[in-house]
Write a protein that binds this ligand. Structure first.
Ligand SMILES: [Mn+2]
Length: 427
């Protein structure tokens, strides 16, 4: 379904008076602190977060799945759903595909369809964490690290195939997330498993087009419960450094052990010019894949503080970053959940942009711990929601995405169009 400009405009004019009241107040307060509000709004408008094709349907846990209706079951419908989100918030201008589920039968047609919604193709994702039908060699004991050279070769070829699929669509990067690891002590030789993986990655790296990047994504545990081959940011950085300039690390917020200082990891990776991108989500206990900012919004803000520092400092030479949401929606309407996640990202980004960096640096140099904390928390406790809404208004998006989505009865229309039993493919 297509969202008309007119329906957005009608929504915005009904919300305009109350929005302007809040925004003018904030604008005055921020301007009094010499914050360049217009420059911040421009940055927020430019910030685009990719939506993965697997986040458009209802996820589940190993205990069950409670599917909603109207889920996209074809690649075309997945693109339509991301297009729908983008027309509501103008901040979701890219889609990330997962192969083998999203192989287009006609790449040009799919490219044109995405372009008609103003969407680009973000990183393509390979999948060697499960066996596909008629697959010759099993990944039960690993893919790129498997002790069997045949299984490794098959996994390498799959990744190269994914690059080709991505090339046809205009994607520029490949994300490799490895489920490889061991579930019991003694099962796997740590060094040899690393070396086999590196050799496999080298072959994939060699097949990368010149303008492509490859991201390694670390995860502490799960599905392997004792060790992962790419267990932490240190291992991920080793792979990226050994592979070369086209390789960098991807940070998924849910892939850390409890209480890990993710913002410091971000700073370290950017310092080395090796932070390639982000997978946003939130978690309470492990890799919960919950809505961004729903559990630890202060952590998200602190991460954006480091990101903004790294992106604006002349001392840091990090490549441009790729942003994506990697969440699972077990009990919410996936589209509403994604709107909430994008909003949370924009709020954290805006709060990080209003930090007085000069004053923070001075406080740090003078070891003024109290002032440093005050500066960060002043920014974090500023309600920037109307600033983010103003950026949306200027971009032609809806002032209040969720209320627009509900008022338009979009889920019901998708159910009418696709039925109650449509099921999104992929993970
Ligand atoms: Mn991820």
């Amino acid at each position: 379904m297509i969202i008309s400009k007119e329906s957005i405009e009608n929504h915005n004019s009904s919300k305009l008076v109350s929005h302007k009241k809040k925004y003018e107040l904030l604008n005055t307060t921020l301007s009094e602190s010499s914050i360049e509000v217009n420059a911040i709004i421009k940055k927020i408008q430019e910030f685009q977060v990719a939506i993965p094709s697997w986040a458009l349907g209802t996820g589940g846990t190993r205990f069950g799945r409670f599917a909603g209706g109207g889920e996209p079951s074809t690649l075309e419908q997945k693109i339509e759903d991301v297009g729908l989100l983008h027309s509501i918030n103008q901040s979701s201008g890219a889609i990330s595909l997962h192969i083998p589920w999203d192989i287009p039968s006609d790449a040009n047609k799919i490219k044109n369809l995405a372009a008609s919604f103003g969407l680009k193709f973000d990183a393509v994702n390979s999948n060697t964490f499960q066996d596909q039908k008629n697959q010759k060699f099993s990944y039960k004991f690993g893919s790129l690290s498997n002790t069997d050279a045949n299984a490794r070769k098959q996994a390498i070829e799959h990744n190269i195939e994914v690059i080709k699929q991505g090339q046809a669509l205009g994607s520029k990067s490949l994300t490799v997330w490895l489920a490889d690891g061991s579930s019991f002590p003694g099962q796997q030789h740590f060094r040899r498993a690393f070396e086999r993986t590196l050799d496999s990655l080298k072959e994939i790296y060699a097949a990368l087009p010149s303008d492509w990047s490859i991201f390694t994504e670390h995860k502490a545990y799960e599905p392997a419960f004792y060790s992962s081959v790419v267990s932490d940011w240190g291992s991920s950085l080793l792979f990226a450094q050994k592979l070369g300039s086209k390789a960098s690390c991807l940070v998924d917020l849910g892939h850390h052990l409890p209480n890990a200082n993710i913002e410091q990891i971000v700073s370290r990776l950017m310092m080395e010019g090796k932070l390639g991108g982000f997978h946003f989500n939130d978690s309470k206990y492990s890799d919960d894949d919950l809505t961004v900012g729903s559990i630890k919004p202060y952590q998200l803000f602190l991460i954006f503080n480091e990101l903004v520092d790294g992106m604006t400092s002349s001392e840091v030479k990090n490549p441009e970053l790729g942003w994506m949401i990697d969440a699972s929606h077990n009990i919410k309407d996936p589209l509403e959940d994604l709107l909430q996640s994008v909003e949370a990202i924009m709020i954290a980004y805006a709060q990080a942009l209003i930090i007085d960096r000069k004053a923070l640096e001075n406080a740090q140099l003078n070891n003024d711990v109290v002032t440093a904390q005050e500066i960060l928390q002043n920014a974090y406790r500023t309600d920037v929601r109307s600033l983010v809404a103003e950026a949306r208004l200027l971009s032609g998006a809806a002032l209040e995405p969720i209320s627009f989505y509900r008022a338009q009865k979009i889920r019901q229309m998708l159910i009418n169009e696709r039925g109650t039993n449509s099921s999104a493919s992929g993970l």
